[in-house]
Design a protein around this ligand. Structure first.
Ligand SMILES: NC(=O)c1ccc[n+]([C@@H]2O[C@H](COP(=O)([O-])OP(=O)(O)OC[C@H]3O[C@@H](n4cnc5c(N)ncnc54)[C@H](OP(=O)(O)O)[C@@H]3O)[C@@H](O)[C@H]2O)c1
Length: 282
């Protein structure tokens, strides 16, 4: 098994190009053990970037992550997100404190505004600056921001370096390729691709093009879908699974090299955008 390739944050720090998502974890007490075990397995396999949010299970997912990283905090890069209604300077600091408690840690590695709400960006940036100064977060970033949002943010940045933008991106959702992806690439700003398997849809074996490419490589459709995403420089995929076999399968995507023929076939079945379109979100 090859070591997981890394993407570089603006700070120079490197994170694995395949991490782990946690949406829908922490909602069902009966699933807690398997969720913790799946995340731990993922960490052992090198998928040490873990994405969570105060929204997921209303704090339940952060608690699951806290249990999974206990005793191995330094091996993990924790990403969490705050609700837009908590994006004022004061509420943001309080939301971060709550997340830190649930995660059982003294710092969040990357703290994201989950999506844009009504709070002026300069307030949020001021909150990020305070948390960065206090060492409670190590990097600040955003999620579900389109190019116009990113440009506005760049104008109010106030000394805070934005480390990443987390957006919906997969073979079926290629809209960002026309504008946001090149915009971020020019600035060496990583994109964290959420729902990389379109919530599991892209793992189905019945899609002809995915299936054909997968068979050629002795791989699975999910691995092809993930390998396609992470071949873009600066793109990080965060598939979520609570099943060990699927966690291993998703990790295996890193070892898959797609050829020009594979990429052409995938383009034919999952065409790139014909022009600019509004950013898609969940
Ligand atoms: N920033 C945002 O607004 C935002 C929005 C949505 C998601 N996210 C983040 O992105 C992460 C990933 O997105 P997602 O959870 O929406 O969807 P996803 O990762 O595309 O797909 C997850 C679903 O696919 C299944 N699955 C995973 N690996 C599989 C495999 N190899 N074969 C077959 N099925 C597989 C999982 O089921 P099992 O668990 O049962 O295996 C789950 O139902 C989230 O968990 C969350 O952390 C962020």
């Amino acid at each position: 098994m090859r070591a997981i390739r890394t993407a570089r944050l603006a700070s120079g720090e490197r994170v694995p190009v395949v991490g782990q998502g946690t949406w829908r974890m922490g909602e069902d007490p009966a699933a807690r053990r398997s969720e913790i075990a799946a995340l731990r397995l993922g960490i052992e396999l090198g998928m040490t970037l873990i994405d969570t949010a105060e929204m997921y299970g209303e704090g339940g997912a952060e608690t699951v992550v806290g249990a999974a990283i206990a005793g191995r905090r330094d091996d993990v890069f924790v990403v969490s997100k705050l609700y837009p209604q908590h994006a004022t300077k004061k509420a943001l600091v309080a939301a971060c404190e709550r997340s830190l408690r649930r995660l059982g840690t003294d710092r969040i590695d990357l703290y994201l505004l989950h999506w844009r709400g009504d709070v002026p960006l300069r307030e949020t940036v001021a909150g990020f600056a305070e948390l960065l100064r206090a060492g409670k977060i190590r990097h600040a970033g955003v999620s579900n921001f389109d190019v116009a949002d990113m440009e506005e943010l760049a104008r109010v940045r106030d000394g805070v370096r934005i480390a990443a933008n987390e957006v919906l991106y997969n073979l079926l959702r290629r809209g960002i390729e026309d504008d946001l992806l090149p915009w971020c690439r020019r600035r060496r700003l990583p994109i964290i691709a959420y729902s990389p398997l379109e919530e599991g849809l892209l793992s189905h074996r019945d899609h002809p093009a995915l299936g054909r490419v997968a068979v050629r490589h002795g791989a699975t459709s999910a691995q092809v879908a993930l390998a396609w995403l992470i071949r873009h420089p600066g793109v990080i995929a965060i598939p979520k699974s609570r099943h060990p076999a699927r966690v291993r399968e998703n990790r295996g995507a890193v070892d898959l090299q797609l050829s020009k023929r594979d990429l052409d076939e995938l383009d034919e079945s999952f065409p790139p955008p014909a022009g600019p379109r509004p950013l898609e979100t969940r």
